[in-house]
Design a binder for this molecule. Structure first.
Ligand SMILES: Cc1cc2nc3c(=O)[nH]c(=O)nc-3n(C[C@H](O)[C@H](O)[C@H](O)COP(=O)(O)OP(=O)(O)OC[C@H]3O[C@@H](n4cnc5c(N)ncnc54)[C@H](O)[C@@H]3O)c2cc1C
Length: 505
């Protein structure tokens, strides 16, 4: 089966759907493919807010937003890209508001704003602590209204290139039927999310964040950048890694050790705070997030999801009890290298969202800047992909067949359980490629990844059926993760000096 489009978007999170809307508004014939359902994309988990210097909760300025973002990036960002993002932020909020995102409001009906770490002002616009959910569902509604074709349970296997080395489409597994399909497009936008799930259960992320798009782009020859920069969030719930958002500290929450002492600045940037908590835990202390003093009314109104999550997953009610916490892998600053037009190093391939690196976060992202990035650069990617598609006309894929990695996997022995390897690797990465790194531990992790890769044919799938084979999909995700893991460790070894989230001793 062959399908032809101007623009093919892979991924239906906030970045992909924003890109699709903008590509369509620019006149392109667009399709969005996603391996899960759009409303389940990780964007729906974002809680704390989206940054814009509106000054609705005290004085603020775009210049301060730029300065805070630059400072947090530790010199590893592109100042022009940051200026563009921060300058575009008020318009981005205006746009989200205009399409129906139900932001929380101040008493005089302005968009409400709260403090997040590393920000000199209360700058994060929020919808209680459901900000990402409200944004994702609203943008999805607008895509449906704009009649954009969105197909679910379609898994990206390969990016296709034509003879001139430009991109001409993608090879896709239809998860439901098990068929491999070809989608031809003049331009492809990858918006497939980040790779924090390489840390397996030691991550706040959706199980879908396995770095598929990044691994697939790299196999097609696209450049990656800064893959060693993985952000650890200071306040994951201790026993399940579920995030308690920075908004809890933004509202005035404390970080305490077992003696009940505040030992760090609660709104320090995430890399600094994660290291402070990690050091305390290594001393044998338990660490807690305390919001009891905020009172039930504020917690129910401003942090209802946090309360539910803590009760459900940690069995503590934060209105009355301390929440045990630990830092966990949360956001990946590294990704596919893109320019200011969101174009990758491959002609016709664009990328946006967490899978891309627009160099606006550098070595440490500020809370609230990721939702901002997906909206600002989702638009840039959509518009530029549509323009590219128009200017470059029909790009046919030559000599495409439907053979794929699936045929190779069929020959694997499946004598070792890959789920056990995945968990082992996640724990190893948490320890060896985590908050504090050493050369020896990184080298050990690299050997382990390379050993699993060399013996990959001993792994495999137990379910050999064609239809709805989730065992197969999870194995392909694991293969992608392995590729990503190898690049992350190699990049970490190559950067010998500590910088932001990459801290080496
Ligand atoms: C718990 C949590 C809280 C957060 N809170 C905030 C916050 O308050 N503020 C903030 O700025 N940021 C926050 N973030 C970060 C932010 O939510 C994400 O960085 C952002 O939403 C990523 O959006 P995205 O569109 O790039 O990717 P995603 O929303 O992850 O979407 C990726 C899409 O790609 C699809 N996909 C992936 N692989 C394939 C494949 N092989 N084939 C087909 N489709 C594929 C998925 O199905 C999905 O539709 C938070 C993150 C988490 C986990």
């Amino acid at each position: 089966m062959k399908n032809r489009y101007d623009v093919l978007v892979v991924g239906a999170g906030g970045a992909g759907l924003t890109a699709a809307l903008n590509a369509k508004e620019s006149g392109a014939n667009v399709i969005v493919l996603t391996k899960e359902y759009p409303t389940r994309s990780q964007t729906c988990m974002a809680q704390g807010g989206i940054n814009a210097a509106l000054g609705n909760a005290g004085e603020d300025s775009v210049e301060d937003h730029i300065a805070n973002t630059l400072k947090s990036a530790h010199g590893e960002a592109d100042p022009e890209a940051i200026s563009f993002m921060c300058e575009s932020a008020p318009k981005a909020i205006e746009w989200l508001d205009s399409i129906g995102v139900c932001f929380s409001r101040t008493e005089d009906a302005k968009v409400a704003q709260r403090a997040l770490g590393g920000a000199s002002a209360s700058r994060a616009c929020y919808a209680q602590d459901y900000t990402g959910l409200k944004i994702l569902h609203t943008v999805y509604d607008r895509c449906l209204e704009a009649d954009i074709e969105i197909q679910n349970e379609k898994y990206l296997l390969e990016i296709l290139k034509n003879s001139s080395d430009g991109v001409c489409g993608a090879k896709i597994l239809d998860i439901r039927s098990g068929e491999v399909e070809i989608y031809e497009a003049n331009a492809v936008i990858l918006a497939s999310g980040g790779y924090s799930r390489i840390y397996d259960k030691n991550s706040t992320n959706s199980t879908a964040s396995t770095g598929d798009g990044i691994a697939t782009a790299a196999r097609a020859g696209a450049e990656l950048i800064d893959m060693e920069f993985v952000q650890f969030h200071p306040t994951g719930l201790k026993s399940c890694s579920i995030l308690i958002s920075e908004s809890a500290r933004g509202e005035g929450g404390y970080i305490l050790n077992s003696k009940g002492e505040r030992f760090t600045k609660e709104l320090a940037p995430r890399d600094v705070l994660s290291r402070a908590i990690d050091a305390e835990i290594k001393k044998g202390e338990e660490v807690f997030l305390d919001i009891r003093h905020l009172g039930e009314k504020l917690i129910n109104e401003g942090l209802p999801q946090e309360r539910k999550l803590a009760k459900l997953y940690e069995n503590v009610d934060p209105v009355y009890e301390l929440m045990p916490i630990k830092p966990v892998a949360h956001y990946t600053m590294g990704g596919i290298k893109v320019d200011r037009q969101s174009a990758t190093s491959l002609k016709g391939l664009f990328a946006c969202g967490e899978c891309a690196n627009h160099r606006v976060h550098g070595a440490n992202r500020l809370g609230g800047n990721s939702l901002l990035e997906i909206v600002v650069f989702g638009k840039v990617a959509g518009e530029n992909a549509a323009l590219y598609a128009k200017q470059n006309g029909q790009t046919e894929c030559l000599e495409v067949d439907t053979s794929s990695v699936i045929d190779e996997i069929k020959g694997y022995e499946n004598v070792l359980d890959f789920y056990a390897k995945r968990e082992h690797l996640g724990d190893l990465f948490y320890k060896n490629v985590g908050i504090v790194r050493t050369k020896q531990e990184l080298e050990f992790a690299l050997r382990e990844v390379q050993d699993i890769k060399a013996n990959i044919s001993k792994l495999g799938v137990s379910d050999t059926s064609k239809v709805y084979n989730t065992n197969l999909v999870e194995f392909i995700e694991f293969k992608n993760s392995l590729d990503v893991c190898e690049v992350v460790v190699k990049s970490a070894l190559a950067r010998e000096v500590s910088c932001g989230a990459h801290y080496i001793v």
